[in-house]
Ligand binder design. Structure first.
Ligand code: T3D
Length: 258
């Protein structure tokens, strides 16, 4: 049996590929645990950006529905607590950018795992579906947190109640995702974006992520205070010194991520 998640390192970028293509990369327990383990490996300092995509024609169809009915399966009680929630918290807490490269359909938990990533790009042939309502469930994997913040309450509740499948272009128009690339150049362009992020000032990007994650809950006063603290840390980094030096010398900066 092939690995449910493939992991490789391409220079400073960790490439994570969800790999159950016959099931549109639907998540079973083995795949959820493997993804958690790969994300843990991304703590390594040499990794400065994480790129997550799917093998075959889908990104992920969410929970493997066959597993839910298996008598020896993990059972509903464990699925969120042990599979999805630890994935979402890892994605949000990793102090480096995470790119979701949505190559095809992203449904259910598959859609919401993508939305939990920092930058979501999609192939022109991809689609997004809050499939939960179609089977009598509620949206999970952080969907009820992220989607209304991205597209507003009205669009979020309609998408979640109706379970409509929307195109990548529509998702971009709604502000759900950052950008759509044509199918033919998707793999190259999306990976290029990850390499661009991986060559940037990693600490600065990590503090940017931290500040934006906190802004959903903070008051303006708290946010100003947080920006002050984080900016002082960013200003103490070698990459800031290099950024300023490079600007003054009219050359491209060479950031090392520290
Ligand atoms: O405890 C809990 O379960 C809580 C956790 C919930 C998290 C969730 O994610 S709940 C939502 C689960 N996902 C879904 O309900 C989506 C189900 N899939 C679909 O609606 C459709 O497959 C898609 C719209 C995503 C794609 O449609 P299409 O026509 O492109 O592909 P297809 O023919 O339906 O699927 C291709 C194969 O993948 C097919 O297998 P086969 O017949 O060729 O052997 C299909 O059965 C399989 N597949 C697709 N999605 C799943 C799946 N197998 C298991 N689980 C799936 N989710």
């Amino acid at each position: 049996m092939s690995d449910p998640v493939l992991f490789s390192v391409d220079k400073e970028v960790a490439v994570i590929t969800l790999n159950r293509p016959d099931k549109l990369n639907a998540f079973n327990r083995q795949m959820a645990m493997a993804l958690q383990s790969c994300l843990d490996d991304c703590a390594d300092k040499s990794i400065r950006c994480i790129y997550i995509t799917g093998a075959g024609k889908g990104f992920s169809a969410g929970q493997d529905l066959a597993e839910v009915t298996e008598p020896d399966g993990p059972g509903m009680a464990k699925i969120l607590a042990e599979h999805y929630n630890p994935i979402i918290t890892r994605l949000r807490n990793l102090p480096k950018p995470v790119v979701a490269a949505v190559n095809g359909v992203a449904a259910g938990a598959g859609a919401n795992i993508a939305l939990a990533c920092d930058i979501v790009v999609a192939s022109s042939g991809a689609s997004f579906m809050q499939a939960f309502s179609k089977i009598g469930l509620i949206p999970d994997s952080g969907g009820t947190y992220f989607l209304p913040r991205l597209v507003g309450h009205q669009k979020a509740i309609a998408l979640m109640m109706l379970g409509d499948k929307i195109s990548a272009t529509e998702a971009e128009r709604l502000g759900m995702i950052y950008k759509v690339f044509d199918e033919e150049e998707f793999a190259e362009k999306s990976l290029q974006l990850a390499h661009q992020l991986g060559a940037m000032a990693t600490l600065g990007l990590a503090y940017t992520k931290l500040a934006l994650n906190a802004s959903a809950e903070n008051t303006l006063e708290q946010q100003l205070q947080l920006e002050d603290e984080l900016q002082q840390k960013a200003a103490a980094s070698n990459d800031f010194a290099e950024g300023v030096q490079a600007f003054l010398e009219k050359r491209a900066a060479i950031f090392k991520g520290n």
